[in-house]
Design a protein around this ligand. Structure first.
Ligand code: NAP
Length: 270
């Protein structure tokens, strides 16, 4: 699977509500982002949709991802929930539809909800399908259920304090693209001394170094920001090339410091 299916840098929207979400997405689009990541559980699909509409950017230029929440991972609710997401987003289809967590609320089996995910694609509600927070064992199971080549993406937490190499390597072997979420560990890694030293050497910000590190590993990444200046800075990372030594020094910061670990998390690959 070609990693270039997804624009390599997108903008995240977790925690952003109503007007804040609207402004963040609007500023991101004005600054040049064309890839937006939302989810049913973020409660901001309506605000994201308004920003997309008001931006007047042609639909085909945009790459929009949303994710189906745990309570809809069943035959009864799945497709209707996707149609509701599309109504809020004011779109006929999304580019990528993900299973947000491998954690159906009522314990439905994977073949049931992945069957619905595939059906969403067949109905034209999404161009590509994927998963999020899936472990290697769960990906192996998913690959057996879904038609060959249809599992396009696994969105997982990746930042310098959680490099998640095992899952990433498995995805590469299987041709599944990887999106690294929470690239800044919600700001934590931006204070790291090693990252600050590398930033100083290149005369750039810590945020640029971290985004460039994700991209250097062939990951797609989706940092979020409520500030225009930070959105612009993160985009500038596309121009930064890190040395092999810089990359190795950042890789060595891995300390399995996971930020997103709710009680319904799977048994993570360490
Ligand atoms: N699939 C999943 O389960 C899952 C889970 C979590 C997240 N995600 C996705 O991943 C996206 C990113 O994760 P996240 O938003 O949680 O965390 P993040 O992107 O790691 O960090 C966001 C934080 O970094 C700050 N920031 C952004 N750019 C900055 C810059 N240039 N300089 C200094 N600070 C900067 C932001 O503050 P300001 O607003 O002040 O700039 C915000 O507090 C989410 O929005 C969501 O779309 C997916």
């Amino acid at each position: 699977m070609n990693q270039s299916i997804l624009p390599k840098l997108g903008v995240g929207t977790f925690r952003l509500e109503d007007e804040v979400a609207y402004q963040s997405v609007m500023m991101a689009l004005e600054e040049g982002y064309r890839h937006i990541d939302t989810a049913q559980i973020y409660g901001n699909e309506e605000a994201v949709g308004r920003a997309i509409r008001d931006s007047d950017i042609a639909r085909e230029e945009l790459f929009v991802t949303t994710k189906v929440w745990n309570d809809k991972l069943n035959k009864e609710g799945f497709i209707d929930s996707v149609k509701e997401s599309l109504r809020k987003l004011q779109l006929d289809s999304v580019d990528l539809l993900l299973i947000h967590w491998p954690s159906p609320e009522s314990g439905e089996p994977m073949d049931e909800y992945l069957g619905e995910l595939h059906r969403a694609k067949e109905l034209g509600l999404t161009k590509y399908i994927g998963v999020s927070n899936f472990t290697i064992a769960q990906l192996q199971q998913a690959l057996k259920i879904l038609p060959e080549g249809s599992l396009t993406n696994n969105q997982i937490e990746v930042h310098p304090y959680l490099t998640n190499e095992k899952v990433r390597e498995f995805c590469v072997q299987q041709g599944i693209t990887v999106t690294g979420y929470m690239p800044f560990a919600v700001g934590k890694v931006l204070k790291d001394e090693t990252i600050l030293a590398i930033a100083k050497k290149h005369n750039v910000s810590a945020a640029e170094v971290v985004v460039a590190w994700e991209l250097a590993h062939g990951l797609v990444t989706i940092p979020s920001s409520t500030k225009r200046a930070n959105l612009a800075t993160n985009l500038k990372a596309l121009e930064l090339t890190l040395s092999a030594e810089d990359i190795a020094r950042i890789d060595a910061l891995d300390c399995n410091d996971r930020q997103a670990d709710p009680d319904f998390s799977p048994k993570w690959d360490i």
